[in-house]
Write a protein that binds this ligand. Structure first.
Ligand SMILES: Cc1cc2nc3c(=O)[nH]c(=O)nc-3n(C[C@H](O)[C@H](O)[C@H](O)COP(=O)(O)O)c2cc1C
Length: 143
C-alpha cells in the first residue's frame, strides 16, 4: 500500500492512500501515480509539480486508513510521522521505501490523471509491507 504526499498551498503536507502506483523506468528512474481528478491531491500535485510515494509497513495500517478519509474528517487523531526531503513534499517516516518525484509528464486517463515523476531521492527501511486485497488491508503470509 502506498501513501502519496503532496504540498498544500499553505505549506502543509497532504496525504492520500493509493494503489494506482507503478514503477515505469530504471534509467531515468520514473514512477507513475493515478490520481482522481476530484481528489485534493490532484490539485496539489498539478500546482506544485512534485509528489512523494511512500510504500508503508504492515504496522502503518492506521496511516492508510487515515488518508482514505475525506480531508475534512482527518482530525489529527492518528500520528503520522513525516520525513523532510531535500526537494518535494515530506514522505512517511519509516516507510519500507519512499521516493520524492518531480513531475515530468501528465496523461489524461478518464476520471484520473497519470502523473509520471522522476524519483530524485530514494530511501528504504526494513519491515513487511501493508497489502490491500478484497477490500481489506492485510499482510503477506509466507509458507
Ligand atoms: C485501497 C485504496 C486505494 C486507493 N487508491 C487510489 C488511487 O490510486 N488514486 C486515487 O485517486 N484515489 C485512490 N483511493 C481513494 C483516496 O485514498 C481517497 O479518495 C482520499 O480521500 C483522497 O484524498 P484527497 O481528496 O484529500 O486527495 C484509494 C482508496 C483506497 C481505500
Amino acid at each position: 500500500m502506498t501513501i502519496i504526499t503532496s504540498a498544500e498551498p499553505d505549506g502543509g503536507v497532504h496525504g492520500m492512500t493509493a494503489n494506482g502506483v507503478l514503477s515505469v523506468s530504471l534509467d531515468p528512474p520514473l514512477a507513475l501515480v493515478c490520481v482522481g481528478k476530484s481528489r485534493n491531491t490532484h490539485g496539489f500535485i498539478s500546482a506544485d509539480g512534485w509528489f512523494g510515494i511512500s510504500i508503508i509497513r504492515k504496522d502503518q495500517r492506521d496511516i492508510a486508513m487515515y488518508y482514505v478519509r475525506d480531508a475534512a474528517d482527518r482530525i489529527g487523531d492518528v500520528d503520522v510521522p513525516l520525513e523532510q526531503r531535500n526537494e518535494g513534499p515530506p514522505v512517511i517516516a519509516g516507510a519500507l521505501a519512499a521516493m520524492s518525484c518531480k513531475v515530468v509528464a501528465e496523461h489524461d486517463a478518464g476520471d484520473h490523471t497519470i502523473f509520471v515523476g522522476e524519483a530524485v531521492q530514494l530511501s528504504t527501511s526494513e519491515g513487511d509491507p501493508l497489502l490491500y486485497y478484497t477490500g481489506k488491508f492485510g499482510k503477506i503470509e509466507l509458507d
